[in-house]
Design a protein around this ligand. Sequence first.
Ligand code: SIN
Length: 497
Amino acid sequence: MDFDETDLGMQLKDKNLFRQQCFIDGKWTDSLSGETFDVYNPSDLSLVGRMPNCSKIETIKAIDAANKAWDEWKKISGKDRSLIIRNWHQLILDNVDDLALIMTLENGKPISDSKGEIMYASWFTDWFSEEAKRAYGKTIPSTLADRRIITIKQPIGVCGIITPWNFPSAMITRKVAPALAAGCPVVIKPAGTTPFSATALVELANRAGVPKGIINLISVSEKDVGEVGDELCTNKNVRKISFTGSTNVGRALIAKSASTIKKVSMELGGHAPLIVFEDADLDEAVKGAMANKYRNSGQVCVSANRIFVHEKIHDKFAEKLAKKSSELKVSDGRKDGAQIGPLITMAAVEKVQNHVSDAKNKGAKIITGGDIDNAGKQFYKPTVMTNVTNDMKIFYEETFGPVAPLIKFSSDEEVIKMANDTNYGLAGYFFSKDIGRIWRVAEALEYGMIGVNAGVISTEVAPFGGIKESGIGREGAAEGLDEYLEIKYICFDGISN
Ligand code: SIN
């Protein structure tokens, strides 16, 4: 397709960052059938671009290319891989404006948030360019005098990287940077709704010197994704699947990967509680809740889905949160001052509407929002609800929208029980100034990540991940590198004379 058909290419400083092809074995390529699928801007439903609709055949080609290229890649030193990842990091920083514009057009998020996400994405290239040099093994004292024991860590092999639309760049660098650092090749399958952030990052990785075959990208529409997903999960040359997305899709990928006993990392759904205790700094708690709840219009796995507020401060907190929520600017992400963008699809809007009307019918009170915004049919008003109870869908299901349901509580014991009453276990947050309570609650909450007096806790230096049905494995930090490494134990006998 020509650039002028959608005009995105023309708006970029570097037009070659707008890639509408797959990347296999170091070459930009179309699907074998020539079939494509359209990608739309969720703000105004205009066409952003077209991507090849790939199938099993292209997926096998990409896996084979990756497997072949792995032979050389695994032999080079961690330091040399580190230098390539560092080049990639620098190129990402050099192209923040273009990468952010691409993201805003395909995902809808406000341009300032897109820039923030590109910076977040770059933290992982920065971190893992360093970690590439630190795949340390161990020496282990043997139980026999004439033996010595060590462990070494080696790259696991070809990794299938399946990324979501809500953080279309950061989820790629959070997975691909450690894979490259460990010495693994990758086949990326980005979300069908946001493939252009991914192709732009692959273009930059190619320019950074990642060798041919080490990074591959396959695109497929959401409706045809099954065949590509099945191949990634069942092909014996793929040794690891890393996925960020819903719990139900994660469950299906784990089941499919079982046929070849692959290692899996799964960052799945969340249903985060955010608790405001009676001793909290109220303004800080409102600030934290705002930053947490409305990031990416609430389309975030670690966003609070249930806000528990102590009865003594409930009404004051609700009033402050509603006032601030109603002041947020809802608009096309390209407009100045935009703070809340559209939801990704009409299906996402319908889910939010369904949760809100179910809650309303069962007695919840909408104190601000509760409806589609005038900005367009996929824009939902920031919404605050009180009188939320555990017979409402919103109490148990992830809403993935800008809706803040408030639930009153009266004791620590009661709120911990309610907060843990879910199959999810990704992130939890609470606000309190009492150090004893802080330790007790942090330990009692059944979540992989806890924010204490903090609404946003994502960082490259700490292990991101969930427990229960929110996932397996950790991303970022030293743990993030281990996900792409296998441990080999080597035993030396006959050491004594
Ligand atoms: C996600 O929601 O998928 C990731 C959020 C984050 O990394 O902070």
